[in-house]
Design a protein around this ligand. Structure first.
Ligand SMILES: Cc1ncc(COP(=O)(O)O)c(C=O)c1O
Length: 391
């Protein structure tokens, strides 16, 4: 089947929520690279939108998955699941949280976080505390609750009326946030770096002031680390950059190296879920948890987070050295990079594609989320091509 056939069948049978997709279909992947059926090679600097932290088809993850598929794929959460228990233990040991619950996606993990925050106050006899403050231009997912949390009208308009319990304030606007708090506020939910909107970071001082404010007012602080977690920003979790702990944080994307899994992680005091309060058929199944266990083993054995920090700095330096005259602003941490151009970002991304590089674009910002295993040589080659394309 050639690409034209796939495109025409896709148009006929698949609900088109993605618009005009890039005209390519990949057959296999290895490390940084994706290959089409006719063996054309692309360097994946978008990393499946922050999913492929270990690159494509990491041998250790593949071996673990083969082994697990031979043994057991799914049972049910009616029974104990060894991989689920081991993964929960591992995530808790690595993070500031005390307990975890697994889902199948990022949006579902955020749903669980929002439910947990409301349930915490409900069980304390304060059911009126059901409002959540999020940021303008945030992105938290596509379910009805998470698009209500997402502070962008373009996602919300067709689905109004929305859940009414969200308020939106500007990024890093502490006064605006403080003013938005009411006696009904149960949580503040923040992306440590806004990814989908074009890589905009929380200021460290703002983050720590928000933590103090939440403590003073008895409000829960939720971090959406679905994109920033799992080493992406050069630390295992982005909250580590701010020297604060959220009460609840969510993960997904890179956690399962492409096998769908999400997680809501919380401090003991707000682990309000009890019997019947939440659930999932697939969440935390043996296969998904085995994938995530293998990912974490690779992180440890291969120094992935350290590489993310080192290569992130090297990437920024190299971009500054070779392309600074065309760049309006460079943003990001670790290997979550936004390159805002003066103009023409879409054309640049198109030309990079023609030269065998995959990048993302939002407005005039080029988004890079490469595998955390990339090398200096990979970066040098990318930046050399990028500089030529900018010319
Ligand atoms: C910060 C953030 N939250 C939530 C989501 C939603 O995750 P999913 O698409 O797995 O539901 C995304 C996805 O891009 C994200 O970047």
């Amino acid at each position: 089947m050639n690409l034209e056939d796939i495109v025409s069948l896709d148009k006929k049978y698949y609900m088109n929520t993605f618009g005009e997709r890039t005209q390519v279909c990949f057959e296999r992947g290895e490390g940084l690279y994706l290959y089409t059926e006719d063996n054309k090679r692309y360097a994946d600097f978008l990393g499946g939108i922050a999913v492929n932290a270990l690159g494509h088809c990491n041998p250790k993850v593949k071996a673990a998955l083969h082994d697990q598929i031979d043994k057991l794929i799914h049972t049910s959460n009616l029974y104990y699941i060894k991989n689920q228990t081991l993964l929960a233990q591992k995530l808790i040991e690595l993070s500031c949280a005390d307990k975890v619950f697994f889902s199948n996606s990022g949006a579902e993990a955020n749903e669980a976080a929002l439910k947990l925050a409301r349930l915490y106050f409900y069980k304390k006899g304060q059911p009126h505390k059901n409002e959540v403050i999020t940021l303008k231009n945030s992105f938290h997912g596509r379910t009805l609750a998470t698009i209500a949390a997402t502070g962008q009208e373009k996602y919300q308009n067709p689905y109004k009326p929305l859940m009414p319990t969200f308020k939106y304030v500007g990024l890093n606007d502490f006064e605006g946030l403080n003013n938005a708090i009411s006696e009904n506020t149960c949580a503040i939910m923040l992306e440590p770096i806004q990814g989908e909107h074009g890589v905009f970071e929380l200021e460290p001082e703002y983050a720590s002031k928000v933590r103090t404010l939440c403590n003073e007012k008895g409000i829960l602080l939720i971090f959406d680390e679905i994109q920033t977690g799992m080493g992406r920003t050069g630390k295992m979790f982005c909250y580590e950059h701010f020297n604060i702990h959220p009460d609840i944080f969510t993960l997904a994307k890179a956690l399962g190296a492409g096998v769908p899994i999400g997680a809501v992680c919380a401090k003991d005091f707000c682990c309000a879920f009890g019997q019947g309060d939440h659930g999932s058929t697939f969440g935390g199944n043996p296969l998904a948890c085995r994938a995530a266990l293998a990912v974490l083993e690779c992180f440890e054995s291969d120094g992935v987070v350290q590489n993310s920090a080192k290569m992130g700095s090297y990437f920024i330096e190299t971009l500054k050295a070779l392309c600074s005259d065309r760049i309006k602003q460079l943003r990001g941490k670790g290997l979550m990079i936004g390159i805002e151009l003066k103009d023409g970002a879409k054309d640049v991304v198109k030309k990079m594609f023609e030269r065998g590089y995959l990048c993302g674009v939002v407005g005039d910002t080029i988004r890079l989320l490469p595998p955390l295993i990339i090398t200096k040589t990979d970066i040098d080659l990318f930046v050399k091509t990028f500089a030529e394309v900018l010319e």
